[in-house]
Design a protein around this ligand. Structure first.
Ligand code: ADP
Length: 583
């Protein structure tokens, strides 16, 4: 929108005796109009100098402005919104400290290939560049550059349209990621002719153009897949992001190839699908002869494609990815398939007809045998009801709840809480699970939960380790303020990993130990939400059922056996000390 300002034109001709009403717009409105023109309707941020008025104006212009208590969580919300919607999530911060607080989220989004734009207000260039000591002085553009896909600064109101367009296109095209946009304080108040301003804005056409794979690369991949005796498909969060759900399912079902979902690809096909090899994960990774990666990288989460995890059997890889430089990053890729996942999968489907031979029965039979054995072992563990409650008995409640509400969003972070939830709680629909991602980062919980609630309108369940929750816990106020349907379950075992460490010298408690028997539920009550203290699966179930039914912000303090939990969960081996002890 533009503002009608009754000002005389700056350079009015001498003979012009009438003061004309001239329509002007300003930097504030041009940014808002540029975002709206590109169908961006939500901003996650935290007001302060120089963007306070901007947040007010954006709200007045009909945008949803979700204000957080710390920029990192606003940034995490923007990143998750980007992953869920395939539109860049917007995080808005103040200068220097606010910008730095948002930077972790920007770097994390880039690492995870989530599209987001961090927009930060900044101090005046003239003063920053001469280092004359401005309010919150910092060369933000230079600092952001190595941590994101692209970084831009806009100095003139007439360039705002281009700046926003470049940011959107950079975030969405090719491999998605984070973009930084630097808007100095002076820019917001600059005015220009409203009509010229309108014409300076750009509606980005086809921001994430399809990238069609080369036909010979499709042939190569199909030939390798056809010749496989023990094929496996590995789905990553790139496949979830691509929103090619029906074709991915068709590819798996038509070929009959067993598949493994990475954690955020869970639910692309229901985890209960007959072809899911998740319950036989170690076996299939070690024994497969041809592995097709669909939007998944061979990084640490997949042991870099080599070593014990992958067994002694020689393997050949097919890799579908939009980023050509991802290929051969860890091991040789026999059949790279470069393009967007939708186009690549549909090209593969074109080569699979009714004569396609399903994988050999001995491969499928061996997987089924291990799967059934592991599933019944798991069922027996889940059926136990120990006192105090442990991860399994508590997660059995969550597992049943998600089965009943497959459209609910699940946010998950922690160490043991993450590992156990990932393996125990089945997902049934695509993009319902948001977690610690490529870095295994702690602190995404409340930001992701807010984004999940705001962008989907569905109930959100956040399963949090007590340590992980601490990183973003103050955002329970945000959740109450916007009355979001979020049910947080804090698995409270009194510490990081567990609560039983002892300082051998006495004095301070051990570094991994928290206040014993803390009541996280009271934090939620402090802001008007529902807080429940649960010590049994029955109490946990009653509280979660109630939270889903009421949609009220809820925090359940789920008391877990403080001896439950292992050091760093399943990645103990990454601790230098424990690796040395093992030798
Ligand atoms: P996971 O952690 O689930 O294994 P990663 O984040 O490691 O997944 O891998 C995701 C991969 O998906 C990245 O290499 C990224 O380039 C790729 N990717 C993201 N979006 C698309 C897309 N639309 N088409 C093709 N590849 C994509």
């Amino acid at each position: 929108m533009s503002a009608v300002l009754n000002t005389p034109p700056a350079a009015a001709p001498a003979n012009d005796t009438v003061t004309q009403a001239r329509e002007l717009t300003d930097g504030f409105h041009l940014v808002i109009d540029a975002l709206k023109l590109n169908d961006i309707d939500t901003i996650f941020g935290l007001p302060g100098i120089p963007i306070t008025d901007f947040t007010r104006m954006a709200q007045a212009e009909g945008m949803r402005v979700i204000s957080f208590r710390h920029e990192q969580h606003a940034g995490n919300a923007a990143a998750a919104a980007g992953f869920l919607t395939r539109k860049p999530g917007i995080c808005l911060t103040v200068s220097a400290p606010g910008f730095l607080n948002g930077l972790t989220a920007l770097a994390n989004a880039t690492t995870n290939c989530f599209p987001m734009i961090l927009i930060s207000g900044s101090s005046e260039r003239e003063i920053v560049d001469l280092q004359q000591g401005d309010y919150e002085e910092m060369d933000q553009l230079a600092i952001a550059k190595p941590l994101c896909k692209a970084a831009f600064r806009v100095l003139h109101a007439q360039d705002i349209g281009v700046g926003i367009a470049r940011a959107i296109r950079s975030a969405l095209s090719g491999r998605p990621g984070g973009v930084y946009l630097d808007l100095p304080a002076k820019l917001f108040a600059q005015t220009m002719d409203a009509e010229a301003g309108k014409h300076s804005l750009i509606k980005v056409v086809d921001p994430a153009p399809r990238q069609i794979p080369a036909p010979d690369s499709v042939e190569r991949a199909l030939a390798l897949l056809k010749g496989a005796k023990r094929p496996l498909i590995l789905l990553g969060k790139g496949a979830a992001y691509a929103q090619a759900d029906a074709d991915i399912r068709a590819l798996i079902e038509k070929t009959g190839i067993p598949y493994l979902p990475m954690s955020m690809a869970k639910g692309l096909l229901p985890d209960t699908h007959a072809q899911s090899a998740a319950p036989a994960r170690s076996y299939v990774l070690a024994e497969a002869d041809v592995v097709m990666l669909v939007g998944a990288r061979l990084n640490w989460l997949l042991s870099h494609g080599k070593g014990k995890t992958w067994g002694a059997r020689p393997k050949q890889f097919i890799q579908i990815d939009i980023a050509p430089t991802e290929i051969d990053s860890n091991v040789a890729i026999a059949a790279p398939l470069i393009g967007d996942i939708g186009s690549c999968v549909s090209a593969l489907l074109g080569g699979i007809d009714s004569n396609w031979a399903r994988p050999p029965a001995d491969w499928l039979g061996a997987i089924a045998e291990r799967r059934d054995k592991n599933l019944s072992k798991m069922a027996a563990t889940l059926a136990q009801n120990p006192s105090p409650m442990n991860f399994h008995s508590a997660l059995n409640v969550v597992r049943e709840l998600v089965k009943k509400h497959p459209d609910a969003m699940l946010v998950n972070e922690g160490a043991n809480t993450l590992d156990f939830t990932r393996s125990i709680v089945d997902m049934y629909e695509p993009r319902k699970r948001l977690d610690v991602g490529t870095w295994g980062i702690m602190g995404i919980g409340m930001g992701f939960a807010v984004a999940a609630a705001v962008t989907t309108g569905k109930p959100v369940i956040a399963i949090e380790g007590d340590s992980a929750f601490g990183f973003s816990g103050m955002e329970v106020e945000t959740i109450c303020r916007y009355n979001l349907p979020i049910c947080i379950v804090v698995f409270n075992n009194n510490g990081v990993y567990k609560g039983t460490d002892v300082n051998p010298r006495g004095g301070d408690v051990a570094p991994t130990v928290f206040v014993k028997n803390a009541r996280y539920d009271l934090m939620m009550q402090a802001f008007g939400g529902v807080g429940v203290h649960a010590t049994t699966p029955a109490e946990l179930k009653a509280a979660m059922d109630e939270a889903i039914a009421s949609g009220k912000p809820t925090l359940i303090n789920a008391v877990i056996d403080e001896t439950a939990g292992t050091e760093s969960g399943r990645i103990t081996s990454l601790n230098p000390q424990s690796a040395a002890t093992k030798k």
